[in-house]
Design a binder for this molecule. Structure first.
Ligand code: PLP
Length: 389
């Protein structure tokens, strides 16, 4: 359910993250309980019982009780109330980002998928759909895009953190009768709201910034259309992509501090990128050759999309050789060498380990909530250690 008693108030993200699910509390506890049951008692009043022919058991309305956890449970509903409020639409939650993406492709069932570069897993899901339905993958702005097709934009893009022009792609797609889905994982609110540019669906890997603690897998699709939400819930009830009860509870708990975390991470990243950029321009660190980040793009659309002046907390650098790229993680003290992003702890990844599409000199950084100056000092010492040979 995405309606709640606070909907008349003009609350901001920080308040919504804490209160958008208040009306879903069943007892008086302040912290939401974890419900582990997979099945729920039917109504003990025989006159209230409805057969499956009379109502859709996959979609709970306010009058009916919970039935079976795959169709909905109290924790998932609370998470969806918060995510609907902060992501500015009707949110449907899944067991991972890729489960959400799979659900989106199953719902739109396009003939052609026109895609930006970006997270390789989404390209992999599209290849599986090619086996099911013959789905054809074509580049962004391909001339073949037409009615019934889907344009998939990722912005900012994984792993570079560079932005693509949403307004331009939406105009291209809608003129041709195609729909647009945006994977906005790299810039969650308040950094960016893709709905402002007329996109049809927004997706996030909630494993990243929404979860924010590297301890849960989840994904979310967001739509402005209540009928699409209904169809997604019906599909989810059958495809089985519902999130686990415990993961949903962890996500709900994490969302309480969502804005604090994301803003701190984005501010830290901005400071670190500015330092890296000036170090390259002043030739201070010979081993460092490139830094990629939306904050360094000069295109006007970037400022319109990331209008708060904060940019993705994840970005990439390139260094002088593959050997240096492989060695840097082990010379850092405050960054874990690990894949993924969005958690409170800073990560760095020699990206070639998990992505075949990038140069082997590229490292992806995911900035956490540590002190930015400490992170800069750590990076500086590691990067300079290669010129002291
Ligand atoms: C941009 C992006 N989209 C989607 C995903 C997939 O999300 P998940 O790992 O939660 O399935 C990822 C994972 O890294 C990602 O970076």
């Amino acid at each position: 359910m995405s309606t709640n008693s606070l909907s008349d108030l003009d609350l901001q993200i920080a308040s919504l993250s804490v209160h958008a699910d208040d009306s879903y509390a069943m007892v008086s506890d302040v912290a939401p309980p974890l419900h582990v049951s997979t099945t729920y008692h039917y109504n003990s009043d025989p006159s209230k019982l409805k057969s499956a022919k009379e109502h859709d058991i996959r979609v709970r309305d306010e009058q009916s009780s919970f039935i079976y956890s795959r169709f909905g449970n109290p924790v998932v509903e609370r998470v969806e109330a918060v995510l609907s409020a902060i992501l500015n639409g009707h949110a449907v939650v899944y067991s991972s980002g890729l489960a959400a993406y799979t659900a989106a492709l199953a719902y739109y069932n396009p003939r052609r998928l026109s895609m930006t570069d970006g997270y390789q897993g989404c390209h992999g899901v599209a290849r599986i759909f090619n086996r099911f339905s013959g789905l054809e993958q074509v580049p962004l702005y391909d001339d073949s895009v037409s009615t019934g097709d889907l344009v998939h934009l990722e912005t900012p893009i994984n792993p570079t953190g560079l932005s693509v022009d949403l307004a331009k792609a939406v105009e291209f797609a809608h003129c041709r009768g195609a729909k647009v889905i945006v994977d906005a994982t790299f810039a969650p609110p308040p950094l960016q709201d893709p709905f402002e540019f007329g996109v049809d669906m927004v997706m996030h890997s909630a494993t990243k910034y929404l979860g924010g603690h590297s301890d849960l897998l989840a994904g979310v699709l967001v739509t402005k259309d209540p009928q699409v939400r209904l169809a997604l819930l019906q599909d989810r009830g059958l495809l089985g992509g519902a999130p686990g009860n415990f993961e949903s509870w962890l996500l709900l708990r994490s969302l309480r501090t969502f804005k604090l975390r994301v803003e701190t991470q984005a501010k830290n990243a901005g400071k670190i990128v500015a330092w890296l950029d000036s170090a390259i321009k002043n030739n201070e660190i010979p081993a460092l050759t490139k830094v990629y980040h939306s904050s360094l793009q000069t295109d006007e659309f970037v400022r319109k999309q990331l209008k708060t002046g904060l940019y993705s907390p994840a970005f990439s650098i390139e260094v002088e050789s593959v050997e240096v790229a492989k060695s840097i993680p082990s010379r850092l003290k405050l960054f874990h060498h690990a894949t993924s992003l969005g958690g409170v702890e800073s990560l760095i990844e020699w990206r070639a380990m998990s992505d075949t599409s990038v140069p082997e000199t590229l490292l992806r950084l995911s900035i956490g909530v540590e002190d930015a100056d400490d992170l800069i000092a750590d990076l500086k010492a590691a990067l300079l250690s290669f010129s002291a040979k």
